[in-house]
Every structure is written in C-alpha cells, then in structure tokens.
Design a protein around this ligand. Structure first.
Ligand code: FAD
Ligand code: NAD
Length: 473
C-alpha cells in the first residue's frame, strides 16, 4: 500500500506526537510512523512517567520512615511487587489510551512499523503486513535515543539498562548502579526505598556532572548515609557472572575492592537512533556522535525535512522535545516560529530533588560574568522545617549591573515544581527586585525563592547577614 501525506512524522515519542498533533491542528494531513504498538515513546513507556510513578512510592516510604523521629511510627512496608508493577503499568496505559484518542480526534494516521528513508520524499515502513511506502511533502524526524552499552560486558539478564530496571523483575538484595547521572540516581532512589542495598560508581569527580556542586552536595550527603557506597572518579574494569552473582572489579581513586552484586544497572548515557534510518538516502548526515544538525527552526540540511528531540542533541529531555516538535510543525505551516527558549530546566527527581535552570555559578565564573548570588538555606524556612527537610537550599544568580536573573538552583522536595517560577522570571527578563517584591504565600517552599532574591538585594529579614547586608536599596 502506498500512502501520500503532507507531513510525515517518524517516531511517536513526546517530540513526535506533539509535532503530529500540532501540524494536524494547523490543518495538515499527517502520518505518524511508530515501530511500537503504543504512542508515547521512551518518555511515556520506559522513561519519565513510569520512573516518576515509582519515585512517588519511594517518597511515601521515606516520609513514613521519617515520621518515626516525630512521634508517629509506621511498620516496615510490605511490598507486593506484582501490584507495584501493575499500578505503574496502569499509569502508563491510561496515558497511552489518551494519546491514541488524541491522534484519532485529530485524524492523524498512525502507521505501526519501522521506517527508513529511501529518498528525500519517501519513507519505507516495515509493517507486520509487509513493506509500505509513505510519500511526503514534509518530514519530521523524531526517532529518539537508546541507552549506551558498555563494551565487553557479559550478556546476563541481571545486568540491566533503564528499561530493564523499570520492569522491576525483583528487588535484588544488592544493586550496583554504574553511572551517577540522572537515570542512575533516580533508579537508585526507588530501588533503595523498596529494599535493595545500593552502591553507585561514577567516572567523574561528582554526581550529576555538570550541575552546580552547591546543589549536588546536599543530595550527596543525604544518599551517602543511605547507600553502601558512592565511588567517584572510578569505573568498572571487569564483570564476572556466576550463579552466586556478578563479581565486579573497579579502578579509580575512590574505587573499592572487587565485590559481588545481585544485579547491575548500567546508566552511562544515551545515544541517538540515527543509525538505522538510512538518512543518507534522504541526503542528511548525522554528526560523529549520531546527532542530526538543525537550525533554530528545526530544519536539517534538507529544507523540507525537520528533526527534533533526543536525536538532535542534548539535553535529552521530554520538555525540550515537545517544544521543538511545536516549532517544527509551525514552521512547516509557515508560521514565524523558532526555538528561542532562554533556558531548558533540568530536574533530577531524586530524594531530595535537584532542579536548576539558566547559568550555573561555575559557568558564570568561567565566562567572566560579574554576578551576585543568594543562597537561602532551607534550615531557615518554617515550611521546610515543618516537613523535616532542613537540608534543602535555594540559590539565585543575578547580573551584578542589571540585577537580572541569570540562573537558579533548588534542592529539596518539589524542587522541580519550584524551579518553574525562576524559569518564568528568566524568560520575562525579571530582576532580583521583581522576585523580592512579589508576595509569595506563607508558609511555602516558594518563599525561599523570594528570600534568596532578598539576600541579593539586601532586604532579607528572615536571616541576619551582618556586615554583608546592603544598607540601601
Ligand atoms: P523518544 O521518546 O525516544 O521517542 C522516539 C520514538 O521513535 C520511539 O517511540 C521509537 O520507538 C520510535 N522510533 C525510533 N526509530 C524508529 C523507526 N525507525 N521507525 C519507527 N519508529 C521509530 N526526560 C524528562 O524531561 N524528564 C524526565 O523525568 C525523564 N525521565 C527519564 C527517565 C528514563 C528512565 C529515561 C530513559 C529517559 C527519561 N527522560 C526524561 C528523557 C526523555 O524520555 C526523552 O528526552 C524523550 O523521550 C525524548 O523524546 P523524543 O520524542 O525525542 O524520542
Ligand atoms: P547522563 O549522561 O545523565 O549520566 C551518565 C553518567 O554516567 C555520567 O555521570 C557519566 O559521567 C557516567 N559514566 C559514563 N561512563 C561511565 C563508566 N564507564 N563508569 C561509571 N560512570 C560512567 O546519562 P543517563 O543518566 O544515562 O541519562 C540519559 C539521558 O536521559 C540524560 O541526558 C537525561 O537528560 C535523560 N533523563 C532525564 C531525566 C530527568 O529529566 N529527570 C531522567 C532520566 C533521564
């Protein structure tokens, strides 16, 4: 069967389905090609959504434990893993069904099969019924990414990637997490809460490399009390599989002696799925890391073919993919759109959460920018104390001359929700005074953003800054 369409979208992750729905809403005939029977891609099926559902359970378990020191004791949780899995899968399925309905309402044609280009106007799709061709006027490549594999490791089902870890086959007695990035630390969090003894080995000299060390410190301190080990500047040199477990040897300045684990999660990054699309047939070349280069209208070197999401580069985040998807669809429909966000926020949904946006302090220093900073410790927030979370902090960075917000970082529960206010402030060109003079409800964690701003402009009364306090405003 041959299909002719105005807009072909390849891949139905958050980038692809958003682009397809937006193009359809703008009046285009859209065909969405996806190899799996469900829409939603990595984010919905094996990423953001199931991981956050499991992290919610971790949060409840940690909070219940924390209550013991406050006069309320719960028993140790009884975990019915089958029911946990069913609940997580139900959350995903509800959204899968929702997306299928949204595609139908918009008359987006969904073709299930694996696509590859045969020219710059034609895609071939391998379906269960055989090969189909889709001829298109415009295409949007949204084929996403997959986990990086470490070479030379044994092929053993106890060695998992993020998808395997989310399948939650069992809670192992001991789990080694290789990679202290965002996936490794989120998964470490819920496996630990569900009862595993967790260790983390990380190649770099800090967890969440690239994040501001001031933000990483409270997380590191909290989890180092919970986990068996956090070994920085270290890597795995060998894994031997036997019936007794996985014997792991390490190398590096903080590396331990070799140890045996029941399971290993490998979370050392993701790579783009550009190598199976026959991009050359469409006249497109990926770079040496496999990313497809695009301009701010998401156009590839072939003008009528766009690309979005993980396949065009870092950061590999769902909210970046969806925004890029809208831009691509709107550009195809001749709207004056471009990807011009000033920042893309990042959140590690760990316990405590870590969220940041804009420039980090090390980045401002390296660029020689003159800046001011306010770091408000949550130990001075009534709300944070009331929820037992004094380890948190809220950090704001502003331009010394103009007072404009340049960056922000938050550590503590709900940091991911709180950081949105600072993203909005940055996008609106707000300065420190705008935030300090905005009345935040009391007692809330959001107040800590205003307090950090007051620390910069010198008007803070919830802390005493002594001589460093500005006398006048
Ligand atoms: P994808 O979601 O990867 O979708 C690509 C789609 O293309 C897939 O459905 C795939 O099957 C399909 N496809 C690929 N090749 C073909 C082909 N040849 N033919 C047909 N179909 C094809 N991001 C966040 O912002 N917040 C989070 O909390 C978060 N948590 C995450 C947790 C985990 C465990 C993981 C792994 C990722 C997480 N991410 C998170 C990242 C997020 O999932 C990705 O950034 C996002 O899914 C990228 O969207 P995309 O549309 O570019 O691609
Ligand atoms: P990552 O790049 O965030 O972290 C990988 C970590 O592994 C790094 O810290 C790296 O230094 C380390 N590493 C690399 N090789 C190693 C080795 N041989 N031994 C030990 N450590 C090693 O990648 P990830 O955690 O796999 O996540 C992939 C992508 O998924 C990220 O880019 C992220 O944007 C996205 N994601 C986002 C969220 C979120 O937004 N909350 C959650 C999960 C995933």
């Amino acid at each position: 069967m041959a299909i002719e369409t105005e807009v072909l979208v390849l891949g139905a992750g958050p980038g692809g389905y958003t682009a397809a729905f937006r193009a359809a809403d703008l009046g285009k005939r859209v065909t969405l090609v996806e190899r799996y029977p469900v829409l939603g891609g990595v984010c919905l099926n094996v990423g953001c959504i199931p991981s956050k559902a499991l992290l919610h359970l971790a949060e409840v378990i940690y909070q219940a434990r924390d209550c013991a020191g406050k006069g309320i004791k719960f028993g140790e949780p009884e975990i019915d893993l089958e029911q946990v899995r069913r609940w997580k899968d139900r959350v995903v399925k509800t959204l899968n069904t929702g997306l299928a309905g949204l595609a139908k309402q918009r008359q987006v044609q969904v073709v299930q099969g694996t696509g590859h280009f045969v020219s710059d106007r034609k895609l071939e799709v391998e379906t269960e019924e055989g090969a189909e061709t889709v001829s298109f006027q415009h295409a949007i490549i949204a084929a996403g990414s997959r986990p990086v594999k470490l070479p030379g490791w044994p092929n053993d089902s106890r060695i998992m990637d993020s998808t395997g870890a989310l399948a939650l086959e069992e809670i192992p007695e001991s789990l080694l997490v290789v990679g202290g990035g965002v996936i490794g630390l989120e998964m470490a969090c819920f496996y630990h809460a569900l009862g595993a003894k967790v260790s983390v080995v990380e190649l770099a000299d800090q967890l969440l490399p690239g994040a501001d060390p001031d933000l990483v410190k409270p997380l590191h301190q909290t989890i180092s009390k919970r986990y068996e080990g956090i070994w920085l500047n270290s890597k795995v040199t060998a894994v031997e599989a036997s019936d007794q477990g996985l014997k792991v040897s390490f190398e590096g300045s903080e590396a331990p002696e070799s140890q045996t684990f029941d399971r290993i999660l490998v979370a050392v990054g993701r790579r783009p799925n550009s190598d199976s699309l026959d991009l050359e047939a469409a006249g497109i070349q990926a770079d040496e890391r496999g990313f497809i280069e695009v301009d701010d209208r998401q156009r590839t070197s072939v003008r009528h073919i766009h690309a979005i999401g993980d396949i065009v580069g870092n950061p590999m985040l769902a909210h970046k993919a969806t925004h890029e998807g809208k831009v691509a669809a709107e550009v195809i429909c001749d709207l004056p759109s471009a990807f011009q966000a000033l920042t893309i926020p990042s959140v590690a949904y760990t316990d405590p959460e870590v969220a940041w946006m804009g420039k980090s302090e090390p980045e401002l220093k390296a660029a020689g920018v003159e800046y001011d900073k306010g770091i408000f410790p949550w130990a001075a927030s009534g709300r944070a104390l009331g929820i037992g979370r004094r380890e948190g902090l809220t950090k704001l960075l502003s331009d010394r001359k103009t007072g404009r917000i340049l960056g922000a970082g938050i550590v503590g529960p709900h940091a991911g929700e709180l950081v949105a206010e600072t993203v909005h402030a940055l996008e609106m060109g707000a300065d420190v005074e705008d935030i300090a003079l905005t009345i935040h409800p009391h007692p809330t964690l959001s107040e800590t953003i205003a307090f950090a701003a007051e620390m910069i402009d010198g008007s803070i009364t919830d802390l005493y800054l002594g001589k460093s306090r500005k006398e006048t405003k």
